[in-house]
Design a protein around this ligand. Structure first.
Ligand code: AMP
Length: 405
């Protein structure tokens, strides 16, 4: 295990705990510069660790023999903290920020975690059963490991709480809305980061009508008007809207009734179908959920999966533009949005009728501005940084939290 050249200093640790993984990033408390990021995958089975610093002076990979691999989140966090201590000597964690997928309708912004917050988050497990319990396991593990330093929860739903009732609801009896059956929206930390980037670098665009397409393994699109979320393609759960790596996206609920009533599928089977077997993976005949594999394939199924994805992105962009009565700026972000020249080109070419004109050279070179000067819509490629967003929130809340002591 090598020690790094990173100077002794205070740092902010960002944790994103999933079902069998913990992603992490460490930022300098003073400048918010990224020091190192990485992840532990396969927790509970064939666990592996990797970490890299931006300058590559840290570049580590490790795969544990099964008998000694971390068995749960707590053991994985224990390893991570020891590794940080030994690798970044003198770097002291001042506060921890956690990504929490669901903040219900209550949390409209990040919050310092205490017992009451934890209890409230546990009470909304039912809203995000596949994510929230793991996020909370990460928080509990970090609280046990770090004692009483400030820990902050940052919610993927919070950014969307400015959406009007019309965009927050389904056409169901109001009693269900009051009970919490709402269109929460997700990827909020990514959209907040992009909105902040626009405010800093394209201020006149920030105060206009923007559509941000976060296209990754999970994919959604958000309409942002004057810096605030107006509507999003994801709703009650991260299943609605676009087709994703393995998630179905929009589907007629009648299909689910058919599976339940005529094929006697239970909730578990339907959940697996919608979350794990559908989207690009299902459409490509099981070939892959990974866009790179589909782009490289000659199979008809792979081509159709790409065509379905592209068309649905175009459809949702047009639908969000209709909600805002126009669109001035389109932003691509997420793994596919940031890296796939082909998918961006195909999406933009299909939006020429909206007055969007792609600059093929700029698109191919991965520039920030992807549209031509005469385009009615400014089209941008902006790499997102959800962990950086969490670090910003954590720093702000840790400062005020310490001020209260
Ligand atoms: P994310 O969930 O944001 O990490 O994005 C993961 C998705 O981005 C996967 O479908 C990858 O195949 C896709 N991706 C990453 N790099 C590229 C690339 N160069 N071309 C096409 N897709 C890519």
């Amino acid at each position: 295990m090598a020690t790094s050249m990173i100077q002794p200093q205070l740092a902010l640790l960002v944790i994103n705990a999933g079902s069998s993984s913990i992603k992490f990033a460490l930022f300098a408390n003073e400048t918010l510069a990224e020091l190192v990021r990485g992840q532990i995958d396969g927790i509970g089975s064939a666990a592996a660790f990797r970490a890299k610093s931006p300058d590559r002076t840290i570049d580590e990979q490790l795969r544990w023999p099964l008998e000694v691999a971390p068995k749960d989140h707590s053991a994985a966090l224990h390893f991570l903290i020891e590794w940080l201590g030994q690798t970044l000597v003198g770097v002291q964690v001042a506060a921890v920020g956690h990504r929490v997928v669901h903040g219900g309708s209550h949390y409209t912004e990040p919050v310092v975690i205490n017992e009451a917050v934890l209890q409230e988050l546990e009470s909304i497990f039912a809203l995000a059963p596949l994510h929230e319990p793991h996020n909370i396991a990460g928080i509990k593990g970090a609280r046990a490991a770090f004692g009483d330093i400030t820990q902050v929860a940052c919610f993927d739903t919070a950014f969307h709480r400015t959406q009007s009732f019309i965009n927050d609801t389904y056409a169901l009896p109001r009693s269900l809305y009051l009970e919490g059956v709402r269109r929460y929206g997700f990827h909020g930390l990514s959209y907040e980061f992009i909105a902040g980037y626009l405010k800093e670098h394209f201020p006149e665009r920030f105060s206009g009508k923007c559509i941000v397409a976060h296209l990754g393994n999970g994919a959604s699109i958000c309409a942002i008007e004057n810096g605030q979320a107006a509507s999003s393609t994801m709703g009650f759960s991260p299943l609605e809207g676009l087709p994703m790596g393995t998630r179905s996206g929009r589907i007629d609920p009648g299909v689910l009734l058919y599976l339940m009533q005529h094929k006697r599928w239970d909730a578990h089977q339907i959940s697996d179908l919608l979350y794990k077997e559908s989207g690009l993976k299902g459409l490509s005949g099981g070939l892959s959920n990974d866009m790179r594999t589909l782009e490289a394939s000659d199979s008809t199924e792979a081509k159709e999966a790409i065509e379905y994805f592209v068309q649905h992105v175009q459809q949702e962009i047009a639908s969000l533009a209709a909600i805002m009565r126009g669109v001035d700026t389109l932003v691509f972000t997420g793994g596919i949005g940031e890296n796939s020249v082909l998918i961006r080109r195909r999406i933009m070419q299909g939006l020429e009728w909206l007055g969007l004109h792609v600059d093929e050279t700029q698109n191919a070179s991965g520039a920030t501005v992807l549209s031509r000067a005469q385009s009615n819509i400014l089209c941008l490629r902006i790499p997102t940084n959800e962990e950086g967003m969490i670090a910003q929130h954590t720093k702000k809340l840790a400062t005020t939290d310490r001020g209260r002591d």
